[in-house]
Design a protein around this ligand. Structure first.
Ligand code: ARG
Length: 288
């Protein structure tokens, strides 16, 4: 009798991970920012779209869709929270985790309803792209994490200028056709630029939209590699000790990949208190 119980328990324990996650590959729940699928985009200037990572190599990336239409990117920071750009938000968006190619083609796609969304109250207050951040609350129980779908870690501070980070999304890969989306997720390595460089006269100095301290510029002043239309809301992650931290959110740029026009991102570290407050308002735990 005892033996039977032991055998049953052993069998249950050994099969339950797959059952519990609905047949999805498992991963330790607390592991943010670590990719199970190895990937390192080239640091060479290429087309704006960068390269196609293997499926699952950007596990925190989500797609915001309106019906079957691509709207924006976003990033998972916990089971029920997604960060995106405020300018991406419209009522009726769904969040798709585990996406890669056209809708329905990736094996582990999870389509999630957005229960509530909070756009930053100061969005557009200091120019068209100021405070370009929104927090989305996914309907309970939220996303099922597995090795291909997991959150990015939070960046408490932005790494110094010169640090190589990675941007990803389904945005245009040809700057001459910024409305033509990429059929697959792409990712590119870009170095962070200082605010001082970004504010120079020949760069983004003296514009209608000033470079605020809560923005972050990344890319190459010589042009050639950048985020583009459709990438908005998506993640800029920087690796630290093997963990990928969500440092920026794709926000805006003058054209794409043009000389002296780097990509401008929302600086995530500037919004930690506001994100915490939003999570509290949603009534979800967010222990960071
Ligand atoms: N605003 C664009 C969007 O809605 C993204 C702009 C990013 N542009 C850039 N050059 N980095 O998709």
């Amino acid at each position: 009798m005892f033996l039977v119980v032991v055998v049953v328990v052993v069998v249950l324990v050994s099969v339950s991970p797959a059952c519990a996650s609905g047949g999805f590959p498992k991963f330790p729940a607390d592991a943010c920012g670590r990719r199970a699928i190895p990937w390192k985009p080239e640091r060479e200037p290429r087309v704006v779209g960068g390269e196609e990572p293997p499926y699952g190599a950007v596990p925190w990336q989500v797609e915001l869709r309106f019906g079957d239409r691509h709207q924006c990117g976003g990033a998972l920071i916990s089971v029920r929270l997604v960060l995106t750009a405020a300018h991406c938000w419209l009522e009726g968006l769904v969040v798709v985790a585990g996406a890669h190619g056209p809708p329905g083609t990736a094996p582990y796609e999870q389509v999630l309803r957005v229960e509530r969304a909070i756009q930053h109250p100061d969005f557009r207050k200091l120019g068209p792209y100021s405070h370009d951040i929104a927090v989305l609350l996914l309907a309970a129980p939220g996303v099922r994490f597995n090795i291909l779908v997991k959150p990015a870690c939070f960046a408490y501070e932005s790494p110094p200028p010169g640090t190589w980070c990675e941007v990803s999304g389904w945005g245009a890969s040809d700057p001459s056709t910024p409305d033509r989306l990429s059929p697959v997720l792409r990712s590119a390595a870009v170095p962070l630029l200082s605010l001082e460089t970004c504010r120079k006269d020949g760069v983004y100095g003296g514009r209608q939209q000033p470079i605020l301290d809560s923005m972050l510029c990344a890319g190459h002043l010589r042009g050639g590699i950048d985020a583009c239309g459709g990438d908005s809301g998506g993640p800029l992650v920087c690796e630290r000790d093997g963990r990928h931290e969500l440092t920026g959110i794709v926000s805006w740029g003058d054209g794409c990949a043009k000389k002296d026009r780097p990509g401008v991102y929302t600086r995530v570290a500037s919004f930690l208190p506001w994100i915490r407050e939003s999570a509290r308002e949603f009534g979800v735990d967010y222990d960071f």
